[in-house]
Design a protein around this ligand. Structure first.
Ligand code: ADP
Length: 936
């Protein structure tokens, strides 16, 4: 309390002391004896005046109260204001007149409703009336502007002559700032309860002075063991991104450093931590030590590194190997039978692997988790894949193992139910225990709050933000003032809002119990952040939950990494690559094979794993020695990866071409331990590749044939030219003969007739030659058969037509998939196709459809060429295969009449048959049947 003692006031004090014949000090003692004023606050007079006596007048008394910065008021016993000093008016915002005019109930209305009970039940007036000599109260009071402040009031009664209370004197003080500070401290304390990070304090020489429970969990040392040791040396700290000097530099400049560190735990393991280091300063600002808050991010780091470094398939393999997996058959009556178990089942659970066929049981599951596991199992049987995390009791011990189990149901279309499921289990005990320990870890360092990387928010019961810490605002890109008072629900992705509301309901039902929930939020720059929140219901003094406090960690990266892993795993299980792991023993026994082997190759994994089916047995015998030799050679020269193609027998007996991609696993001495890899069915790709190669080969061989064809064409045209000469001679001779027939010159007539006979003989010989020649080119050539992909041949012939004579027609190819390689003479078959197709084009209108069909009929290959052209009359049909026969009405169209006779020759050389069906004006179908020879 500050007393302003003016000279005028001192003058009055002196006068009063004179009147009462005492010193100023004595006077003050007497006057203040009854005042609610601590003796220490009594005005001390400057020494100059201490020997002067003065008189304590009412004026002086009033002067003191009027000038006091302490709010002073005088009340009637019912609480009404009788007097208030200016400081009191200033405190409340009301004028003295306004306050004095308030009735007792109006005054009560100024007190915050929550504090009213507390002020009234034990009201100072009541308490004073009941005999207490003074009261102290703290409550919130509404100011004239409507806002509330915290007020502390001390009251004392003033008694009348009969000992009754005549009035009450009160002093009041604004303690809002103190209250807020208290709240904040409480809040900090609550917050520190949630901390899950290692918090380590050091002195200025970086020697450890404090070490919390989380630090013990993460690093393995107890606090007693580490106090006084140099922090960096103990943890063998290495800086991952910054250099040590940069980190220290940043620490000195900004007072804080955040970044990744690599450290060693007590057991020698390397862990990665996200550290947040800040200086602790004394009141005078000098550095007295440091605080580091370390979060173990090893798991995240490893996931990141795995993603970056290794290819997805090997990562998946390692994942599968490090877990254990089992297959459980679901019987029609709902009972569960274990089919097989692979991996570290015994190491993790302690139980011996149950023999195939043993009933699967949940007896080992922790009773608290049993209902959940049971529900998840039911979901699996209802064809819903799921993941559950639960505890089991280790075999013959009370030790608990946490498992994360992923289950894939296998639906049987025939039985219309789930007949089996696969489970992949992972031991997550360490993680779970760490989470448990961290959740309740104790923290003692207040300065943590500022360097906390966790998000801290609070909301009221309507979900409006009441507090957000800096890391939260920074991460989400919001400004504090924009956010306070707005709905926190609006900042959550719509799909996640129900989950948030459910978490809040649990918080209300069970105050103080943390509820974990992962929520996604859009950020200002259109990203999505996933945060692992822990909600806690905060109670007021009546026990009601009035606020929800949420502490969250950004797990976006972890979620993304997990999702990628899940996608990849799913891709693998559902994908075409079958994963194998082989033992190095004769016959290549299989240690592991992924379940999709059934879908891809028809075998059950158990046929390999349990029933002794060797890998060798399903490899094509012709490929076996090739692949074995390759594997041994490559292993011997230190190769790590082999790829090769070979044929594998499907369970249905059919051979499929596969690509095997294998990694050779070695121990630390380089000795080969096993092979693992994946096998992919590439039959379709390989067929396509072979088809392309075949087409290329056929093209080259037909190209050569074209040259022979050209020679024949040249020959024929020469002969036609040669034929014209004797014909014209015959013509002229006949004319002459006609003209001279009247004159009976026998000799001349005979001579001309002789000429005709000679020329006819020449013509006859020429025609015979032509016939012989054409026969020679086909008949006398030995029929050499070779293995030809007939579909490929059809396709390239059609393609050639499309690009040349058939440019204005629609050429369609229909092929029976069963036919690929057959024994034929590709040149002759090409000639058959070419002649039939070019006729179809020639004798069809532009735009007409021409179909080439390749079919199999019993032991025959059938080639059908059909068109929608002019057709051939019944009269002409028997003749069209004769050499030089041309139908009259098609004479305007270029042709020699030789094409069909050549076709017939070629067909007959193959021991085949050709037939024709035609309707004039509708179209024609030529059907060629060749015997099917497939032997290699
Ligand atoms: P060219 O076509 O050179 O005349 P061909 O021996 O190939 O000789 O055919 C003989 C005759 O058969 C042709 O002149 C034609 O009248 C008839 N012919 C052949 N193919 C067809 C067809 N697809 N449609 C209608 N007539 C045809």
């Amino acid at each position: 309390m500050v007393w302003n003692i003016s000279s005028k006031m001192l003058e009055r004090l002196r006068q009063r002391a004179q009147q009462e014949s005492c010193t100023i000090d004595e006077l003050l003692d007497r006057l203040l004896a009854d005042q609610p004023m601590p003796a220490a606050s009594r005005p001390t007079l400057p020494p100059l005046f201490q020997n002067h006596d003065f008189v304590w007048t009412d004026d002086l008394y009033q002067f003191i109260t009027e000038n006091s910065s302490e709010a002073i008021s005088v009340h009637a016993p019912d609480g009404r204001f009788l007097y208030i000093n200016p400081a009191q008016a200033h405190l409340t915002g009301y004028s003295a007149e306004e306050l004095i005019a308030f009735k007792p109930e109006e005054l009560a209305a100024l007190v915050h409703p929550d504090d009213l009970v507390h002020t009234q039940q034990t009201t100072h007036y009541g308490r004073l009336l009941a005999g207490e000599t003074s009261t102290h109260l703290q409550y919130r009071m509404q100011l004239k502007d409507g806002s509330y402040i915290w007020i502390e009031t001390a009251s004392r009664p003033v008694f009348g002559p009969a000992g009754e209370i005549t009035h009450i004197i009160a002093t009041s003080r604004d303690i809002t700032a103190r209250k807020q500070a208290e709240d904040f401290r409480r809040y900090q304390a609550q917050l520190l309860q949630q901390v899950s990070d290692a918090i380590i304090a050091t002195d200025s020489a970086l020697k450890i002075t404090s070490w919390n429970a989380a630090a013990q969990t993460i690093y393995g040392w107890t606090e007693d063991e580490v106090i006084g040791l140099p922090l960096d040396e103990l943890l063998q700290t290495e800086w991952v991104e910054d250099l040590r000097e940069q980190a220290l530099d940043s620490l000195i400049r900004t007072g804080i450093w955040q970044g990744e560190l690599r450290q060693k735990t007590r057991s020698g393991h390397t862990i990665y931590v996200l550290a947040s280091v800040s200086w602790l300063r004394s009141d005078s600002g000098e550095i007295i030590g440091g605080v580091t808050v370390n979060r173990d991010i090893t798991a995240r780091k490893q996931a990141e590194e795995a993603l970056q470094q290794s290819e997805a398939r090997y990562k998946l393999l390692t994942e599968i190997m490090s877990d254990y997996a089992l297959s459980v058959a679901v019987k029609p009556d709902g009972s569960l039978i274990t089919e097989w178990v692979i991996g570290a089942f015994t190491e993790i659970t302690g139980y011996p692997v149950s023999p195939p066929g043993a009933p699967a049981s949940l007896a080992t599951v922790h009773h608290d988790d049993y209902p959940r596991v049971h529900d998840d199992l039911m979901r699996t049987i209802n064809n819903e894949p799921n993941v559950s995390e639960y505890r089991i009791f280790k075999y013959n011990s009370t030790e608990i193992v946490w498992l994360s189990v992923t289950r894939w149901p296998i639906w049987d279309d025939h039985e219309k139910r789930v007949v089996r499921f696969y489970s992949v289990a992972k031991d997550v005990t360490v993680r779970k225990q760490a989470e448990e320990a961290l959740r309740y870890s104790e923290a003692r360092l207040k300065s943590l709050l500022d360097s906390q990387t966790a998000f801290v928010i609070r909301t009221d019961m309507e979900g409006r933000f009441t507090y957000c810490n800096q890391p939260f605002l920074q991460k989400y890109g919001w400004f504090h003032n924009d956010l306070i008072g707005t709905s926190s629900l609006d900042t959550i992705l719509e799909e996640d809002r129900d989950e948030a509301l459910q978490a809040v309901e649990i918080c209300i039902a069970q105050p103080g119990v943390p509820v974990q929930v992962v929520l996604r939020k859009p950020t200002y720059n259109h990203g999505i952040l996933s945060t692992l929140w822990e909600f806690v219901g905060i109670q007021d003094h009546t026990g009601a939950v009035t606020e929800i406090q949420c502490v969250g960690f950004d797990i976006s990266e972890r979620i993304a990494a997990e999702q990628t892993l899940r996608d990849e795993r799913q891709m693998f299980i559902a994908g075409p690559c079958v994963v194998f792991k082989w033992r190095i023993e004769p016959g290549w026994p299989v240690i592991y094979v992924s379940p999709n082997v059934t879908e891809q190759f028809g075998y059950l994994p158990s046929e390999f794993i349990e029933h002794g089916l060797l890998f060798d047995h399903i490899v094509h015998p012709d490929d076996l020695s090739r692949i074995n030799t390759r594997i041994f050679e490559e292993s011997a020269i230190g190769a790590v990866h082999i790829e090769q193609e070979y044929r594998l027998r499907h369970k249905n007996g059919e051979y499929r071409w596969v690509l095997e991609s294998t990694t050779i696993l070695r121990d630390s001495h380089g000795v080969v331990k096993s092979y693992q890899g994946y096998i992919q069915d590439i039959t379709v790709q390989r067929n396509a590749r072979e088809m392309a190669q075949e087409q290329l080969r056929l093209r080259i061989s037909l190209e050569q044939e074209k040259d022979i064809n050209n020679t024949i064409r040249l020959l024929i045209s020469n002969w036609v030219h040669d034929l014209k000469t004797p014909l014209s001679v015959i013509g002229i001779a006949r004319d002459v003969l006609a003209r001279t027939l009247d004159q009976t010159d026998q000799g001349r007539s005979r001579e001309k007739l002789e000429t005709i006979r000679n020329q006819i003989q020449i013509l006859d010989k020429l025609l015979n030659d032509l016939d012989t020649m054409s026969k020679l080119s086909f008949e006398h050539r030995e029929l050499r058969l070779s293995r030809v992909n007939l579909a490929a041949l059809c396709q390239i012939t059609l393609q050639d037509m499309r690009e040349t004579v058939g440019i204005h027609h629609r050429l369609v190819f229909v092929s029976d998939q069963q036919i690929s390689f057959v024994e034929i003479n590709e040149v002759l078959v090409n000639r058959i196709l070419f002649n039939l197709l070019s006729n179809a084009v020639k004798y069809s209108p532009v735009g007409g459809e021409i179909r080439l069909e390749l079919l199999r009929q019993g032991e025959c290959i059938v080639l059908r060429v059909s068109d929608q052209g002019v057709g051939i009359s019944e009269v002409d049909l028997p003749n069209i295969f004769k050499p030089f026969y041309r139908v009259n009405n098609t004479r305007s169209i270029d042709g020699s009449g030789l094409g069909l006779s050549i076709v017939q020759d070629c067909v007959q050389l193959h021991n085949g048959k050709i037939s024709v069906e035609s309707v004039v004006g509708m179209g024609t179908i030529f059907i060629v049947k060749l015997p099917l020879i497939t032997s290699s």
